[in-house]
Design a protein around this ligand. Structure first.
Ligand code: KG4
Ligand code: ZN
Length: 341
């Protein structure tokens, strides 16, 4: 079964072609020019998706080696995201579905981050704990089975990636802040300053990053940062901030793993590219854990993850026997909206 998938929920225009759950092509165009505004400008993002989507679709189809008439299923991100940006991918995808007379499957972007870990031969077995950490989302999810997800916690304020971006802005480092802070932190001392790790009363799995961010702001004022910037100060602040954010993600994920007695953890979203996060979680493998982190092209926003989720959703609704020989069982039927002609 050939799936053509689209992702346009934020500032990446991406188109992928899959053969069953194997990705044949995954073309991604990141709208880097938002950096000059310090964040994504929704109107500009939508216009850029509109400008690029046809060309990227042609590229993805030709790279995959199929022709458009071979496509059996069309998918696009339907929620959550910037509404103008979503509408470009959704309407373009639906118009292809109409013209090819093939079914259309809408995909939840967060669910797609969970199933991005399946774009490999080493797929996670159920149940597992999924940590999703991006610029817009921070969620800890108990994935019991296919499409049986229990959200254990989420952020009550900023997303983890957003905190990286805001602190980078305070330090005048550029956007997106995560990769820049990650690089600078390599040469910094993580114990230089203790930024607070947030714990929310009665909500052990919820996250809060705005306290860490504010405490960086107060610290910069206290030391008159820009007038005293010398030596390793910038690197030390980056390392100490990064330590606080990643420790918070790590400790809550481990708590969930202990409570549910699950030693399989998948991590996805842009922040999963962080070197300290990877190092911390990979260390757990020595104690019998299995850690699944998709490769970079499938962990940041991409249409490959939309395609694989759509494929599983479609199979789930139309051919349960597909799941019977797998290590997971198929209990719940996901809500699925087909546009068939
Ligand atoms: O998943 P993603 O590409 O897009 C969203 O859905 O938001 O994630 C982008 C976020 C940005 O906030 C960026 O600063 C952060 O991921 N990020 C990182 C790293 N690489 C990207 N954060 C920390 N360390 C990194 N190496
Ligand atoms: Zn995302």
């Amino acid at each position: 079964m050939i799936t053509l998938a689209f992702e346009t929920s934020c500032d990446e225009t991406s188109v992928a072609v899959l053969n069953n759950d194997k990705v044949l092509s995954n073309v991604i165009l990141s709208q880097l020019f938002h950096s000059e505004f310090g964040g994504v400008v929704p109107e500009i993002a939508s216009r850029e998706h509109l400008n690029k989507i046809v060309e990227l679709t042609e590229n993805a189809v030709s790279e995959s080696g199929i022709t458009i008439n071979d496509v059996d299923l069309i998918a696009a991100t339907s929620e959550p995201g910037l509404i103008g940006a979503l509408l470009i991918g959704l309407n373009y995808a639906k118009s292809i579905a109409v013209s090819l007379r093939k079914p259309f499957v809408p995909v939840n972007h967060i669910q797609a981050h969970i199933y991005s870990s399946f774009i490999t031969d080493n797929k996670p077995e159920f149940p597992f704990i999924s940590l999703i950490v991006s610029g817009g989302h921070t969620l800890l999810i108990h994935v019991k089975d296919f499409f049986e997800h229990e959200i254990l916690g989420t952020t009550i304020d900023d997303a983890a990636g957003e905190a990286f971006d805001k602190v980078a802005k305070m330090l005048e480092l550029g956007y997106p802040g995560g990769p820049i802070i990650d690089k600078l932190a390599e040469n910094g001392n993580a114990q230089f300053h203790k930024f607070p790790l947030a714990n929310i009363k009665n909500h052990p799995y919820d996250f809060s990053f705005s306290g860490i961010k504010t405490s960086v702001l107060y610290f910069l004022r206290e030391i008159d940062y820009f007038n005293n910037l010398s030596g390793n100060l910038r690197e030390d602040i980056c390392a100490s901030f990064q330590y606080a954010v990643i420790e918070s993600l790590y400790r809550k994920t481990l708590k969930a793993s202990k409570e549910f007695n699950i030693k399989k953890i998948s991590i996805s979203g842009g922040v999963s590219a962080n070197s300290y996060l990877k190092e911390k979680f990979k260390c757990l493998e020595k104690s019998g854990f299995s850690i699944y982190i998709p490769s970079i092209q499938y962990t940041t926003d991409n249409a490959g993850m939309i395609g694989i989720t759509a494929y599983y959703k479609y199979k789930f609704a139309t051919d349960k026997s597909y799941f019977q020989n797998k290590s997971f069982s198929a209990k719940a039927v996901p809500r699925i909206d087909f546009t068939t002609f």
